[in-house]
Ligand binder design. Sequence first.
Ligand code: CA
Length: 414
Amino acid sequence: MSNMHQSWLPVASDSDFSVHNLPFGIFSDLRGRRAGVAIGDFVIDLAEAYDLGMFPEYKLKENVFRKPVLNDAIKLGRAFSRYVRTVLQNALCNPYSSLHQHADSLLIRMQDVQMHLPLQIGNYTDFYSSEEHATTVGKLFRPDNPLFPNWKHMPVAYHGRASSIVVSGTPVHRPCGQIGTGDMPVFAPTKALDYELELAFVVGMDSELGKPIPVSCAEDYIFGVLLFNDWSARDIQRWEYQPLGPFTSKNFASSVSSWIVTMDALDAFRNDLAEQSPEPLPYLMHENRCGFDINLTIGISPAGLEEFEVAATNSRQLYWNISQQVAHHTVTGCNLNVGDLLATGTISGSSSPEKGCLLEATSGGKNPVSLKNGIQRTFLEDNDEVVMRGYAQKGDIRVGFGELRGKILPPASR
Ligand code: CA
C-alpha cells in the first residue's frame, strides 16, 4: 500500500474514510435502503454504480448492492469486495472516471443518509481475549482465583445473542432484572450499567458443519471488522453468571458501528505478537501470529454536556488473535456462516486510561472516573451517551471505523 492515491474528491487528512479504507455499509435516503462505501464525508451509492456498469467483471443475476443487508455481496467472496474497492480506488484517483462524471448521482453526503445494521447476523460469539481485562475482572469477581487455569490454553468465549444487536445511534433502555442482594434477589433497574469496548470480526464465508477450520487459513473466513459495544449490567451479571455465564445481563443490547472495514484495508496495520507461554495445543499454533494495531477510545457525554474521553487503548495487545479464535470456535465441527460476528472481548491495557469498561476503570464501582466540571461516574446514568472510536495509522495513511454511539434511556415502560 502506498500513498500514491490522490483523490479528486477532497478528503481531510484526519478522516477515517480515506481512499485506502473504503469500508462497506448499508444506508438509506428517500430512494430506499442499499449498499454504499464511505469516502471522506460522502457515501458512494454501490447499487447505482453497479447499474451504471462500473463493475463489468462481475455479471450477476441481480444487483447484490440493492439489498437491505450486505450478506449476499459478502457471499461473493473476498475477490469480489477486493475488486469493488480497487475499481473505486482507481475511479477516485482518475478525474475522467465515470464515478467523477456521475458524481451528482453516485456521491451522497453522509449527513443526508441514515445508516442501518449492515448485516443479517445469524450468530454472535463473544471471546475474552485481553489478558489484562480477564485478570482485572477475574480479581473483582473472584479475588483468589482471577484467571482460570484454562485461560492460557484456549480462547475462552460464550455464545451471545444476535437478535438484539443494533447499529450505532440506536438508544438503549436501562434494563431491569434480577439483582442479588444477599438472601433474596430483587427485581429492579440495573444500577451498574456498563459498556465494553470490543472489535467484532465479520464472518465472510460459510464453513462446513463437521469440518474444523485450520488455524493457518482461518483468516480467509473473515470479511472485515466493526467496533462493538457489549453493554453489560454488572449487578445482574454478578448474580446470574454462575454456573453457565452471562445471560440477561448482556442480551438486552449490543451495538456495532455502521461501516465494515475490510481485512484488505487493515492488512497494513498488522503487528507481531509475542510467543505464547505456555505453548498452546498444536491446533492453535499459528506461524506469523499477528494482531491489529488499532487505536481505540471511549468518550462519555452526559446529557447536555460535551464529551469527555475516559479511555484510550489499542487492540494490538490481545492474547488470542482472530485466527486462533476461528480455529477454536470450529474445532469440534461447529460451522460459521456469512454475517456471524466474533467479538474480541473487552480490550484493556495495563495503565489506568486503557480500561475498556467502567467495571475495570472504577475497580468495581469503588473509584469513580472523573469527567469534566466535577462530574463523576461509577456506572452509566440515564441520558449518558457513550462514543467509541477506532483508527489505524501509518505515516499519513489512516484507516478508521467512524463512531459507535449509544445513548442510555430510562427503563422502558412495561
Ligand atoms: Ca464482552
